[in-house]
Design a protein around this ligand. Structure first.
Ligand SMILES: *Cc1c(COP(=O)(O)O)cnc(C)c1O
Length: 412
């Protein structure tokens, strides 16, 4: 055996440095390496404790290692892991029933990531439009600053050129409008448009809620032109806004909805939900994926849906949201040189940095981490908070204390 092969059963210690040595440098992870977590508590390699107000990125909505989800996963792991798509399975059938009963949708397609769910949604919109109206109806309208995933199609549909630079040629027939700009929507959405895709709340783009009038205008324009309205609820869904999906809070129903992130609480699973009429366009063999809706993923997602889709659970998210908003507004008032506006919905909240700190959201994130609080950023000008939906009042208060300490350290 050669040395390289021998050393693959490695006993070398792994540190943050190892990332720089052996992983493709697509990320710039924090200096600390988390090793263990429970609920919103997390510990790094040195045993330092952190309060996690990131949930991954709005993923572990029920907290780390939630016992209900761990039990469901381990039970299924001892029963049946995987089948090819030549067979269906009971967990995926139950999950399909649960999601269609809980939403506008009649049909579900399962895959593994948000990007794949959006890829399926966009492919479905094209296929439907081509069959019903003809090949001329293929233009896709999306919003600047939106984020829909990293496959070549979804990254092109996403409205951030920094993510497409260098990957050209990009798929054609995709146009972008300003988010919340009704006049731009009216000008862009004509008869050649097959799909309009929008995040009800822009997450990566800066925690920016969609105006109800804008989303309603998109709905009306789609109805008028025969385009399909796709709500990307990968980040805004699964209870994050205090509703199972944000569309339910707006009272505006899409034709296709995509879900991922919190759907699996950290286990990779995603869904595209749609109507009977649209689903008919994806006949046998037209689309698919190896792992989509396998028994493990479907079992976990079903357990997550069952916990989140309860009136009392969702009411508590709205209550915790009010407490978080009050806390963040208090901080913005007390530290006006560093923080300005608070925005967002439910437990997806952002604080825009003050002018003097423009471009430096990451410094605030690092200062919080030094105090033992994990927070997110959304671009260079917004500090983003997406704690697990099970966050307690005590944890919110503790986050407030840690944030004050962090802001004091920055002000000093
Ligand atoms: C995270 C995210 C995606 C991409 O999901 P992946 O699982 O990373 O592919 C798509 N849309 C939105 C709104 C997201 O927040």
């Amino acid at each position: 055996m050669n040395a390289k092969l021998d050393s693959t059963v490695t006993t070398r210690p792994v540190t943050r440095q190892t990332f720089d040595e052996v992983l493709v440098p697509t990320y710039a992870p924090a200096a600390m390496v988390p090793v263990r977590a429970s609920g919103l508590d997390l510990w790094d390699q040195n045993g330092k404790h952190y309060l996690d107000f990131t949930s991954g990125i709005a993923v572990t909505a029920l907290g780390h290692c939630n016992p209900v989800i761990v039990e469901a996963l381990t039970r299924q792991a001892n029963t049946l892991w995987h089948l090819g798509n030549g067979y269906t399975n009971e967990p995926v059938l139950r999950l399909g029933l649960a999601l269609t009963e809980a939403t506008f949708a009649d049909r579900a397609f399962f895959c593994n990531s948000g990007a794949e769910a959006n890829e399926a949604a966009l492919k479905l919109a094209r296929k439907h439009a081509h069959a019903k109206f003809g090949a001329h109806k293929s233009r896709i309208i999306s919003c600047f600053s939106s984020f829909h995933g990293r496959t070549l199609f979804t990254v092109s549909v996403g409205g951030q050129s920094k993510y497409t630079e260098g990957f050209e040629p990009l798929p054609p027939a995709i146009d972008h409008i300003e988010y919340n700009d009704i006049a731009a929507a009216r000008a862009a959405i004509g008869d050649d448009v097959c799909a309009v895709i929008v995040e009800p709340i822009q997450g990566e783009g800066g925690v920016l809620p969609g105006d109800k009038a804008f989303l309603q205008e998109l709905r009306d324009l789609c109805d008028k032109t025969g385009a399909v309205l796709i709500f990307d609820e990968v980040q805004s869904g699964m209870g994050r806004t205090g509703h199972l999906f944000a569309y339910q809070g707006y009272g505006i129903t899409p034709d296709i909805l995509t879900s991922a992130k919190a759907l699996g609480n950290g286990y990779p699973v995603a869904a595209m939900l749609t109507t009977n009429e649209l689903a008919a366009s994806l006949g046998v063999g037209s689309h698919g994926t190896t792992y989509g809706g396998n028994p493990l993923a479907a079992t976990v997602a079903l357990a997550v849906v069952n916990v989140i889709n309860q009136p009392a659970f969702l009411a508590r998210v709205r209550e915790a949201s009010a407490k978080m908003v009050a806390l963040l507004e208090g901080l913005a008032k007390d530290y006006p040189a560093i923080l300005s506006t608070v925005r967002g919905s439910g437990l997806l909240l952002g604080v825009v940095v003050a002018d003097a700190w423009k471009g430096r959201s990451k410094d605030i994130q690092k200062a919080a981490e030094a105090q033992g609080l994990m927070v997110l950023i959304a671009g260079t000008d917004v500090v983003r908070f997406a704690p697990a939906l099970v966050v307690t009042d005590e944890q919110i208060a503790e986050a407030g204390r840690l944030l004050r300490a962090a802001l004091d350290s920055l002000a000093a």
